[in-house]
Design a protein around this ligand. Structure first.
Ligand code: NAD
Length: 290
């Protein structure tokens, strides 16, 4: 059994849905958990200490250890306070699960700059800020596990979610670079692109999805990714309904010439669009151009 005794975890947005489920599972398996949640509405407005406190009460009732925190992941002060809560209560931070998220769906033409910036602030800035506040502690310990929460909407696009898709693909870039930079300090970072029945999706998914797409079926992967035995880093995983799959950003074999013209591009479109054999790293992409 993969356990987390003596490990300290921060789970952001853990008052509801996926984060709540991640926090409950990690605590059940011995982790000391900071349950962070701003407690606002789905669009990020409002705030309440209730959701985080309720989850801590449940963990404690089940014999686990947790503290509640209702700071905002999207501000530097909030992120620092979340990490400080872990240090004050448990002395360190081993695990950060960046899960907090909001939605402000609008078709692209109608999207306001507030809708765009607000969504990026929670997902991208929030993940960056909380991870960065914990980073010096992880570096000093030579150990850390970070999970960022992407989305199929970011990986593949989705109508009405230009802000959310941008944020969620941004987290793929953050995860990949953190995976590279963290390697020398024992810090591993991965991302998940989940599907689960939560308040965020209950109005969007067919009702028969509720029983199959449980948050618990996402948390199992998160727990593996933040365990000390996990070797993966810089990876992205699609997860939902009991299925887990690697998602990878790949570059096709391409087509090249010393005399590239717009007409040459048009005339060789099929070869340019080919998918196999692919390369997976910037170094291999550069090699293929030489
Ligand atoms: P949810 O609304 O139940 O949970 C999100 C939580 O984040 C809420 O409890 C909310 O209060 C909290 N939160 C929002 N802004 C915050 C802030 N600034 N600081 C701290 N906490 C904040 O939704 P969920 O479905 O559990 O979503 C969890 C994560 O998974 C999100 O990042 C979401 O984008 C992502 N996701 C979910 C699905 C899905 O199918 N449910 C799919 C793809 C991605």
């Amino acid at each position: 059994m993969l356990r987390f005794d003596d490990r300290v975890a921060i789970v952001t947005g853990a008052g509801h849905g996926l984060g709540r489920s991640h926090a409950l599972l990690l605590a059940e398996r011995g982790a000391k958990v900071v349950v962070n949640d701003l407690g606002g509405a789905l669009d990020g407005t409002g705030a309440s200490t209730g959701p985080a406190a309720d989850v801590v009460e449940l963990i404690t009732k089940n014999g686990g250890q947790a503290v509640a925190n209702a700071d905002n992941v999207a501000t530097p002060e909030g992120a620092r306070a979340i990490v400080q809560a872990a240090v004050d209560a448990f002395g360190k931070v081993d695990i950060v699960v960046n899960n907090a998220g909001i939605l402000r769906d609008k078709s692209f033409g109608k999207m306001t700059v507030e809708d765009f910036d607000g969504v990026l602030a929670v997902h991208v800035r929030g993940s960056y800020l909380v991870s960065q506040a914990a980073y010096p502690l992880m570096k000093a310990a030579g150990y850390g596990r970070i999970v960022n929460t992407s989305s199929p909407a970011g990986l593949f696009g989705n109508f009405g979610q230009a802000n959310y898709s941008t944020a969620k693909m941004g987290l793929v870039g953050l995860t990949k670079t953190l995976g590279i930079e963290g390697a020398r300090n024992g810090i591993k970072a991965n991302a998940i692109a989940p599907i689960a029945w939560t308040r965020m999706t209950e109005a969007l998914l067919p009702s028969e999805f509720e029983a199959k797409f449980t948050p618990e079926r996402v948390s199992a992967l998160v727990a593996y990714l933040v365990h000390e035995t996990c070797e993966a880093s810089g990876e992205v995983f699609s997860v939902g309904g009991g299925r887990v799959a690697r998602v990878f950003v790949a570059e096709g074999p391409g087509w090249k010439t010393d005399d590239l013209t717009p007409e040459a591009v048009a005339g060789n479109w099929e070869a340019i669009m080919a998918e196999q054999p692919y390369v997976l790293t910037a170094a291999d992409s550069m090699k293929a151009m030489l």
